[in-house]
Design a protein around this ligand. Sequence first.
Ligand code: ADP
Ligand code: MG
Ligand code: MG
Length: 885
Amino acid sequence: MTRYVYDFIEGNKDLKDLLGGKGANLAEMTRMGLPVPPGFTVTTEACREYLRTGAMPAGLLSDVEDHLRLMQARIEKTFGDSRDPLLVSVRSGAKFSMPGMMETILDIGLNDVTVAGLARQSGDERFAWDSYRRLIQMFGRTVFDVPADAFETELAAARATAGVATDAELSTAQLQDLVYAYKKIFQEHTGRAFPQAVHEQLFLAIGSVFRSWNAERAVLYRRQERIPQNLGTAVNVMAMVFGNRGDSSGTGVAFTRDPATGRRGVYGDYLRNAQGEDVVAGIRNTVSLTELATIDPVSYRQLMSVMQRLEQRYRDLCDIEFTIENGTLWMLQTRVGKRTPAAAFVIAAQLVDEGTISLDEALQRVSGAQLAQLMFPSFDTDAAPPPLTVGVPASPGAAVGAIVFDSTAAAAATGPVILVRRETNPDDLPGMIASQGILTSRGGKTSHAAVVARGMGKTCVCGAEDLRIDGDSVTVAGRTLHAGDVISIDGMTGKIYPGAVPVRPSPVVRYFEGELSANGDPLLTAVERLMIHAGHRARLAVHANADTATDAARARRFGATGVGLCRTEHMFLGDRRQLVERLILADTDSERDEALAALLPLQRKDFEDLLAAMDGLPVTIRLIDPPLHEFLPPLEELTARVARAEALGEDPGRDGSLLAAVRRMHEQNPMLGLRGVRLGLVVPGLFAMQVRAIAQAAAARVADGGDPRPEIMVPLVGAVQELETVRGEAESVLAGVPGAPPIRIGTMIEVPRAALTAGQIASAAEFFSFGTNDLTQMTWGFSRDDVEGAFFCRYLALGIFAASPFETIDADGVGELVRIAVDRGRAARPGLTVGVCGEHGGDPASVRFFHDAGLDYVSCSPFRVPVARLEAGRAACRAGGSDSR
Ligand code: ADP
Ligand code: MG
Ligand code: MG
């Protein structure tokens, strides 16, 4: 038969799946011989069974009884005993911590009889009655959904009658009256009396903790945090210890290092004469943990040694809950503690210095996502006023702007604006694009606002439920703000501030830029150290997507060892647009050749600058990719211009031919139209001009004593014949440029057919670069621009996507095409260089995928280069990974 209950003595910290995090860690502390009140854990399996069938699994109750007996024997008290009753807490505890999401009930085992026993035994009547009234309140609310207000109103009335300000001042007699009133409330709301049978109390409490797994807020929290919905929670039953028995008692929370900065030394709060929840609830003022050294030096020293042992055992920062009852220390909880990104880096490096973990392990203690957070500019919190409220931090960044309440206003605004809405929908896209940041009062991390903002890299705080948005004003924290009022929103913390909070650049970015040295700064030193180690371990190289010399130079400072994608279409914009127009409108070969000849020197100069910035490193230049009509004025604009001219009886001239060209070139699905290699094959001389510019630029660099390493990349190839044709033309152009170094020719793999026929394509390609944006669009059959705002939030909420496939590579679908292409390509051409240049190249989870898929490099935007470098190192020394030591 399945075992549903484990004594604390039986478990250990590795059994989180079965015992939940809290239970597994209580067991570990018990095994270590630390002072943990006796108890046992009901497994997550029992919870799953209960939630499936709606009833307690067979055998569970008798298992609980057996373990309760063991506990009674150990503590020499009996549950329900009228003279010296054992009381227990019933605590939820899932595999992943879900703070504040589920229930804990304290003081179970009190009834009309045992309350007197507790009073006599403790010599403190007031304490006993206060515990009893807390139990009825917590039990009624949690197990029977009695509205919290019903009890709170009664409590407030009791304070008023007694003429006191706090609960602590209520006398025993007043608490006894309150218990009577509470029992009446309980009866009114539940139609039954408050259970006097202590075993019934216990079982009802266990069932309600099981059910709290499916409470709405818990379901929502898991969806946001991507915690599976089917894990269930364990339930910990534990003997009560009391921190509320006078001044030699108290309760506290502590961290073994500072979770904000990572600094060494203990951090925590202590509250005298209080029960657990009072510390977190912030009811009374806590003192810093260091004061415990004076209040109770013996317990303090013991606590310090416990914390040291916990750190040694967990080899990481731990956070703990403890209680002191009449000078005796009890440990109530521990776990590897959450920390800020900065603390994660600092602590990982410290633990290496202390000899606790290896550098490889240290790399696993930090993440690219954390590094990315450290690279955003942040608000100068010293200069910030208190926040108005806090919402869900959905897309990082620090945005300041004037409030606008609708998209039209946002799009029309001249200065920076923050779009404030209840929620957003696809109609808001133009407004979102025009805003610095987006703030909503509804929805979580998968809401429309959140998904779209992340896709755009815009700051977003959503679900700020305290905001009352009312047409053209918003009320929060007693203040009413109007359109035009300036606010600041922090996408990292979710805080919303009035006015313009000063923004400061990230010190980590300044360090990468070479403006700050790591010397002496704990965070920068830690970042430097881990980045260097990641560099040693990484097998994937990291290149950057950079179109200009400026971007390339920055990418190089950030550690890129090449340019993986230079998009040449940027070189056809601005003044040069006219030349492209001439090219498109050319009626004769000579007109076309003239336009191309005019573009050639401009391109050559662009390439020379880029090659100089990346001297000695590969620079992969992609031939022009977008449809040419993207370089022409929009249809509406031309139509209006021509109509105006005609109305005035003037000759529309060039506008007339442009309009005709735009009409002629119009495409229903430009993404699937005349672009990429297709363009090169139908517009004579276009690719040849670009190839010549590249070769001449390289030759010029060589003549200047440089070491240029350009590569030519052909976009959108689906068939080897396309590539062969372009290649043939390119090779003859290259042969005609004296002094140019050898230049490799390769292709993007971004059309599913290219991935499938990669074996053939490799015969004409010296390298592959996966264009995972297009490959994702074409594999799924949707266009990013159209779908991200239209249905992605729905798909994320439904769990069809675990993450947007444009943020993190879809490993099962698109990823399979990548694996196929790598295999077939390398089989046909051993040593084929394979990289990726889609935006996925800078996404932590995707970098791991590309490492596993055997790529040679990832290429991403300059700003994400450090993140990719860190992740490349982490991927190489992941536990169990093929490269791990
Ligand atoms: P959470 O997971 O929300 O922190 P806990 O299960 O840890 O909830 O319990 C809530 C509070 O009650 C904590 O402060 C905890 O220390 C306290 N507590 C839980 N069990 C006991 C106990 N047996 N004796 C004394 N205090 C307890
Ligand atoms: Mg806790
Ligand atoms: Mg593409």
